[in-house]
Design a protein around this ligand. Structure first.
Ligand SMILES: NC(=O)c1ccc[n+]([C@@H]2O[C@H](COP(=O)([O-])OP(=O)(O)OC[C@H]3O[C@@H](n4cnc5c(N)ncnc54)[C@H](O)[C@@H]3O)[C@@H](O)[C@H]2O)c1
Length: 263
């Protein structure tokens, strides 16, 4: 890296109170950035010192525009936006939560998940991108997934003893939203390329936490490195994308998946 430092830069992280959001916040503050953590949940004692926490529903255009106006009023120049917030179905010790098979997938849930994962990214890019373009520099990072590149292997989520029609599946929304973020990445990279706004995606494999051990074993077998990612293992990649170290990179997907999509 030529200069990974984010000193003097301000990074806005959506979903900053979540599992990976907290890791992005820590990585960016560790690289010297001022961070604005945006989340629908109210700021609590777990907000790291020095981090500005803003309670905003990113599906609400007015709330997002108000946030941009508030930051501008306070003299905060947003150098980087990390579109990280999502409504995902997590894999826990009990298996895949909120699994809903395609045949019966509800339209309400489709709309809710799209509102956060895609519309929220669109609204935040619309709120912060134009000022970046006007200044002639800025960065947007969209947090995608290895499942933006390949389809889910539904066998990973299998529960013994259940009939095929009852088996849990990774929801359709995840694949479509994450693939949509790659489209948004390419669109904005070309739209604002001449204005110096770089837009890239991070395609991430699953991070090990309290997932069902059977799931973890099955997934590890599909990953050339033989394991899920460790918490904190992605932070440097985000700092790279937000910093001038990636100054000649735009419209790209940086894949950190232990090699899963190579197989
Ligand atoms: N955890 C993983 O292993 C993994 C792997 C690949 C990709 N990702 C992606 O990384 C991102 C973060 O994942 P995570 O595991 O930290 O999820 P998480 O559920 O822990 O965090 C998501 C955050 O988004 C916030 N949020 C939800 N709706 C919002 C709204 N309307 N407005 C503002 N904030 C809202 C939530 O409150 C939460 O804090 C997601 O885009 C996810 O798809 C995660």
């Amino acid at each position: 890296m030529s200069d990974p430092s984010l000193r003097g830069r301000t990074v806005v992280v959506t979903g900053g109170a979540g599992f990976l959001g907290r890791q992005w916040v820590a990585a960016c503050t560790g690289a010297g950035a001022d961070v604005v953590s945006v989340d629908v949940v109210p700021p609590g004692p777990s907000t790291p010192p020095g981090v500005r926490a803003e309670q905003v529903d990113i599906t609400d255009a007015t709330e997002v525009a108000d946030l941009a106006a508030r930051l501008e009023h306070d003299g905060v120049t947003v150098d980087a936006l990390v579109n990280n917030a999502a409504l995902d179905a997590p894999v826990t010790a009990g298996g895949l939560e909120r699994s809903e098979r395609f045949e019966t997938f509800s339209l309400d849930r489709w709309h809710q998940e799209f509102a956060v994962g895609l519309t929220g990214a669109f609204l935040c890019a619309q709120a912060f991108g134009p000022a970046m373009a006007a200044r002639g520099r800025g960065v947007i990072v969209n947090i995608a997934s290895d499942l933006a590149l390949v389809a889910p292997d539904q066998g990973l989520y299998r529960v013994e003893g259940l009939a095929d029609a009852e088996q849990p599946v990774k929801p359709v929304t995840y694949s479509v939203i994450k693939t949509g973020l790659i489209g948004l990445t390419r669109y904005l990279a070309t739209y604002w390329g001449a204005e110096g706004v770089r837009v890239n995606a991070l395609c991430l494999g699953g991070v090990r936490r309290d997932q069902d051990p059977g799931f973890v074993d099955r997934l590890a077998q599909r990953i050339p490195l033989g394991r899920m990612a460790r918490p904190g293992e992605y932070g440097d990649a985000l700092v790279f994308l937000c910093s001038d170290a990636s100054s000649y990179m735009t419209g790209a997907s940086l894949v950190l998946d232990g090699g899963r999509t190579v197989w």
